[in-house]
Design a protein around this ligand. Structure first.
Ligand code: NDP
Length: 265
């Protein structure tokens, strides 16, 4: 029987996940189906339970349900635990495993696709929302020289840094005046076509500016380019986090490069 998977969100029509997982399944000859399901804002747990009862094997979870998915899971990976959110669920015989593959997806895109080693490098993470929170532990695992979180509301950055015992620094944008090797925009500013109030001094020689947002050029990427940085958007992260989920479900690692290229085209 064809195995069923789905992504749950609200809204969900825009999701590229069905296209990505269909491409992975074709490429690796997996007998599976992957659909997009619009869960009611007050009915996420019921939607998931119905899907699992109908034979669903696993799910991806997107905005605004990642925290609810975290609470619904009966077992969590270390990454989901650290993130306080789950974007991938596996329906097991005795419960639900929750994982968070966003950080592993970002790290895979940075280190494998963009060839940017993170070990002993200075990393600046902008923003302190769900996206930022999910990538801190995976970034730290790469052994950076420094990881700084800057946010408009400084107290939110401080709260995110706190559990990491001094290994992560937190500040406001106005305190940033030294160069970094990698600057990651995990704020929602790009969604609104805005630029975080950032000093150009954050872009060190040969720095990479990475915007988690994808699909269009952003004021952040244009600003970074104007100050000599290399730039990349978050499409690679999107496909790589999907590949991590696919691997968790199927035990097979798809080749992400042709899927990223097809989405870009
Ligand atoms: P949240 O709403 O949880 O967080 C918003 C963050 O952005 C807060 O830190 C907020 O600061 C900050 N912010 C909002 N507007 C501005 C602004 N104008 N200037 C400076 N800071 C601002 O969003 P998420 O964390 O869920 O998502 C952030 C981004 O990451 C989105 O663009 C999303 O599309 C992208 N994303 C991409 C993924 C991928 O696979 N490529 C995966 C997940 C997310 P404050 O605390 O002060 O309000």
């Amino acid at each position: 029987m064809t195995d069923r998977y789905a992504v749950f969100g609200h809204p969900i029509a825009h999701s590229k996940s069905p296209q990505i997982h269909a491409a992975f399944a074709r490429q690796t000859a997996q007998d599976m189906r992957y659909e997009a399901i619009l869960a009611p804002l007050d009915g996420f747990a019921e939607s998931i339970a119905r899907f699992a009862a109908e034979g669903g094997r696993g799910a991806n979870v997107t905005v605004p349900f990642k925290e609810e998915a975290f609470r619904l899971a009966t077992r969590l990976t270390a990454h989901a635990e650290r993130a306080g959110a789950a974007n991938t669920l596996v329906f097991e015989a005795d419960g639900v495993l929750g994982d968070n593959t966003d950080g592993a997806g970002l790290v895979a895109d940075l280190t494998r696709k963009l060839q940017r080693p993170l070990s002993a490098r200075r990393i600046l993470l902008l923003g302190a929302g769900g996206a930022a929170r999910g990538v801190i532990a995976p970034l730290l695992e790469q052994g950076p020289a420094e990881l700084v979180i800057a946010n408009r509301t400084v107290s939110r950055a401080q709260r995110l840094a706190e559990p990491f015992d001094g290994r992560v620094k937190a500040c406001g944008f106005d305190a940033l005046d030294t160069p970094f090797d990698v600057v990651i925009n995990a704020t929602a500013a790009s969604l609104a076509g805005e630029l975080p109030p950032l000093s150009p001094q954050v872009f060190g020689a040969g720095a990479l500016a990475y915007d988690m947002m994808y699909g269009r050029d952003t004021p952040f990427l244009a600003f970074a380019r104007a100050h000599g940085a290399d730039t990349a958007d978050g499409l690679g992260m999107l496909v790589e986090q999907a590949a991590e989920a696919f691997f968790l479900w199927r035990g097979v690692r798809p080749d992400t490069a042709p899927v990223i290229a097809a989405l870009r085209a």
